[in-house]
Design a binder for this molecule. Structure first.
Ligand code: CTP
Ligand code: MG
Length: 174
């Protein structure tokens, strides 16, 4: 039951994963991007969001995450309850990512600077919160499963970064 819920939960949050991972690839493919904050700085002298959050990244993330969820919904109709739900999971992920950047700038951290667990979990927590606020979370997605999913996501993030560093894809381990 626990394993079943965990696996179902992984499928459930997959659109949020995709939404979160898409911007970096999309911006690289597009080759140009426009900062979401219009290069505005706040009275603290720091950018509102910074160069790492772009309009292209936002739209691509929500779009690709939602389309992924819609395809999954067709294949696995028992996971999602509505098409809007895959949208809130994806859009919430981007809201979390952008909120994280806002917080990092207020703390004086430059784009790309690590801020655990904000970087690893902000997108997931925000995706679930927005879905909870708009649809309520599915009854099978209980607190234990959510905690497992959060722990798994954190571990995955650290693990994949370590791997990318080990094989030379990244020049920092975090
Ligand atoms: N990205 C984007 N738009 C977004 C999110 C991400 O264009 N809404 C792209 C940017 O090129 C960004 C990269 O994906 O540099 C990596 O994303 P992320 O790690 O979230 O951003 P950081 O560069 O670490 O910036 P920050 O510290 O503000 O999160
Ligand atoms: Mg980052």
């Amino acid at each position: 039951m626990l394993l079943e819920n965990f696996l179902k939960g992984l499928a459930y949050i997959f659109p949020a994963y995709v939404a979160n991972a898409t911007p970096v690839v999309a911006v690289r493919i597009l080759g140009r991007s426009h900062p979401l904050d219009g290069r505005i700085s706040l009275p603290d002298g720091k950018r509102l969001l910074g160069e790492g959050k772009t309009i292209e990244g936002l739209l691509a993330g929500i779009g690709v995450g939602t389309v992924t969820g819609l395809v999954m919904q067709a294949l696995l109709p028992f996971i999602f309850r509505s098409s809007l739900e895959v949208f809130t999971l994806s859009a919430g992920a981007l809201v979390g990512d952008i909120s994280g950047a806002f917080i990092k700038r207020r703390l004086g951290l430059p784009p790309g600077h690590p801020a655990p667990p904000l970087d690893q979990l902000g997108f997931l927590v925000a995706g679930l919160l927005l879905t909870h606020a708009s649809h309520g979370l599915p009854p099978w997605l209980d607190l234990t499963t959510i905690i497992l999913l959060i722990a798994f996501t954190f571990g995955m993030h650290v693990g994949t970064n370590l791997f990318a560093y080990a094989v030379g894809l990244k020049d920092r381990w975090y």
